[in-house]
Design a binder for this molecule. Structure first.
Ligand SMILES: O=P(O)(O)O[C@H]1O[C@H](CO)[C@@H](O)[C@H]1O
Ligand SMILES: O=c1cc[nH]c(=O)[nH]1
Length: 347
């Protein structure tokens, strides 16, 4: 009944990566990717690792207001405030990302008592900075996440941050794996089973491929595999535009299909290699790739969707599970800081 798109095969990439590679070869310099079709052959990366925004209209602005972050590039010294950012960690809730800020401060042994929300003028999101790490929430779903992500991309470019890596630390519904397992996404699948982020632009649907950085995902998997308390998988992630019908649930306020239809769909996803369902993966993969930035989506699963729709574990169990992606990402960041011997501090 359902067919995946054959058209979007994973773009190959031969960049060097931090743990397996020799050095920090700028990502995308050697990659054949779709944005080249739109933007020509030049890379958005500068030789020093900073990156250009691929929008010439921005140069005509006197100042660029990052409205949802409550910041701008005229009244704030963004290079001083954010120039040392190497990692951006994003996740749905303000609570989770404040907890991650505390967690990473501990992991990197950065003395930090006050966790100040740097977007407090906008009241929209919450963003914390701990040494080279930004921890910021993105809300639920693609529109909320992409607004935040695009302003963060602009912020990082104006700040002259070098080779930043962006992680999503999320939750999801698992397919055929025990709740509490962690999934690292190799690609995002949209609601019509294509590996692309589809967005209407000027009245036409634009399809942007949604593959994640292969080697970064594999490095994370090797780190996660050392954890004995939970299993970690690498696989496809479906990004739905809804929590209920969009994820083939039977427990929404509306349901116009049968349980058999639901199970047939879920089984098709399993056959396609989908390991989990959440609500951001396609756009997250597509936009970070378009910007020329490495990224990974690491989500814990809260429910096995072959068995149930409702998320029933206790609050304390859910909070405990949400620490699992944090642990994997924090280990990666700590390894990076150690490997490159960058003294981590909070300014
Ligand atoms: O755990 P977070 O990051 O909020 O993500 C997942 O949870 C939300 C739905 O409950 C969606 O945004 C989905 O992607
Ligand atoms: O089933 C789930 C659980 C968390 N988040 C989702 O989007 N789906």
């Amino acid at each position: 009944m359902f067919r995946a798109s054959e058209k979007n095969s994973a773009p190959e990439c031969d960049c060097d990566y931090i743990l397996t590679g020799e050095g920090l070869e700028p990502h995308y310099q050697n990659c054949s990717t779709v944005w080249r079709k739109h933007y020509g052959s030049s890379s958005p990366k500068n030789p020093d690792g900073t990156f250009r925004l691929r929008n010439e209209h921005l140069s005509k602005l006197n100042q660029d207001v990052l409205y949802h972050l409550g910041l701008d590039n005229e009244n704030y010294d963004l290079p001083k405030m954010f120039g040392d950012v190497k990692f951006v960690c994003m996740g749905g809730t303000k609570y989770r990302m404040k907890e991650f800020a505390k967690y990473i401060a501990k992991s990197l042994a950065i003395p930090c008592e006050d966790f100040v929300n740097m977007t407090k003028h906008s009241h929209r999101y919450a963003m914390y900075k701990v040494g080279p790490v930004l921890s910021v929430n993105h809300g639920i779903g693609i529109p909320s996440m992409t607004i935040l992500l695009q302003e963060v991309i602009k912020l990082l470019s104006y700040a002259k941050a070098k080779d930043p890596i962006i992680f999503r630390i999320g939750t999801s519904g698992g397919l055929n794996i025990s709740p509490g397992s962690v999934v690292i996404s190799s690609w995002g699948l949209n609601g019509t089973l294509e590996k692309s982020y589809d967005i209407p632009v000027l009245g036409k649907i634009r399809k942007i491929p949604s593959h994640f950085d292969k080697r970064l995902s594999e490095e994370l998997l090797s780190i996660a595999s050392e954890e004995k308390d939970f299993s970690t998988y690498i696989g496809g992630t479906m990004a739905a535009d809804d929590f209920y019908r969009g994820q083939a649930r039977l427990d929404g306020p509306f349901c116009d299909y049968t349980e058999e239809d639901k199970m047939a769909f879920i089984k098709t996803l399993v056959e396609l290699g989908v390991k989990n369902i959440e609500m951001e993966a396609t756009a997250f993969a597509a936009m970070t790739r378009e910007a020329g930035l490495r990224s990974a989506d690491v989500c814990v699963t809260l429910v096995n969707r072959l068995e149930e729709d409702q998320v029933t574990p206790s609050k304390s169990k859910l909070l405990e599970w949400q620490e699992r992606p944090m642990l994997v990402i924090a280990k990666y960041i700590s390894l990076y800081v150690k490997k490159y011997n960058k003294p981590a501090k909070n300014d």
